[in-house]
Design a protein around this ligand. Structure first.
Ligand code: ZN
Length: 309
């Protein structure tokens, strides 16, 4: 009896290993065959971390959340064999955006790091820059006009800050946030860091094309960002924000959520939806949420929570 029981246990564990291997193979072939771009707003609690993955498993990570919780998320969404992150963009040097970077630099080969060069003397941030230099990460200061080709069809353009911030001291680091537009054919995303309404006003005045299908809502849904004029020019179909469950800042703000509701803009939020995955072929954007699918490989199971055509 005991022998039979052990044999069943053995078969079960072999099956488990096979399933794990097969799901890995599926993900590899999925990553290689389809031409999709995924943009994932990772649920890292009260902070921001966005993972952009191109069709050939190129990764751009925008911010790294407050702590090491981002590591489990990267392990979940990046192919198991991939230990390179082509580009990390730090929107601004606040801990809830760079806190996870220290561990990422230890575990992954980060090729390039974009910062603004704004002055931030905190020990945590200074240590991070030192560590990046020691790891020979190529650090670059960026501002409006910088464009990165993630893939021949996929561009990420920096739209803010409007001017170089090298050695510039600001009173509110949120105002120094990198704002970027991600474009894959017809699909567009606007990433805003923690930019304030003051930044929004300055950007609107540039008359740049800031329209986007998906708006990563600024500053965890704070009431001092995402003004009505901003929503007029971005004109998103979907908003997505990252905030920690029951956070002490009261993010996201109720009035802000009402602004989206009144305009009929669908909102996703990490405190309720978990990770939010946008998957697009350059035309249709399918939205998957961790809470709805309960499974994290996009496109592998379940119907999208929402579709943008
Ligand atoms: Zn923040």
């Amino acid at each position: 009896m005991l022998v039979v029981h052990r044999r069943i246990m053995h078969i079960t564990s072999v099956l488990l290993v096979m399933c794990t291997v097969l799901s890995g193979i599926y993900f590899v072939s999925n990553a290689r065959d389809d031409r999709s771009l995924t943009f994932t707003v990772l649920d890292v609690g009260q902070g921001d971390s966005l993972l952009i993955q191109g069709p050939s498993s190129q990764q751009v990570l925008v911010d790294a959340g407050p702590d090491r919780s981002v590591l489990a998320k990267l392990g979940q969404y990046m192919p198991f064999y991939d230990h390179d992150i082509e580009l990390v963009i730090l929107t601004h040097p606040h801990l809830d955006h760079y806190g996870g970077l220290h561990e990422i630099l230890n575990r992954y080969t980060v090729h390039r790091l974009y910062v603004t060069g704004v002055v931030e003397k905190s020990q945590g941030y200074q240590d991070l820059l030192k560590q990046a230099k020691e790891k020979e990460v190529q650090i670059e200061e960026v501002w409006r006009g910088k464009t990165v080709d993630i893939d021949p069809d996929i561009q990420l353009s920096i739209v803010a800050p409007l001017t170089p911030l090298h050695d510039v001291t600001v009173t509110d680091l949120n105002e120094s946030s990198i704002v970027a537009k991600l474009v894959y054919k017809q699909s567009t995303f606007l990433l805003t860091g923690d930019a304030t309404d003051k930044v929004e006003k300055a950007l609107i005045a540039t008359k740049d094309d800031l329209s986007a299908d998906v708006l990563k809502v600024s500053h965890h849904g704070s009431e001092y960002s995402t003004s009505d004029p901003w929503l007029d020019v971005v004109h998103p179909q979907v908003g997505v924000l990252s905030a920690g469950l029951h956070n002490k800042f009261g993010h996201p703000n109720e009035r802000l959520l009402k602004r989206f509701e009144h305009r009929g803009i669908k909102m996703f939020r990490t405190d309720q939806d978990g990770d939010v995955i946008f998957k697009t072929d350059g035309n249709t954007i399918n939205v998957f949420t961790e809470s709805a699918t309960g499974f994290s490989f996009p496109g592998m199971s379940g119907t999208p929570a929402y579709t943008i055509n």
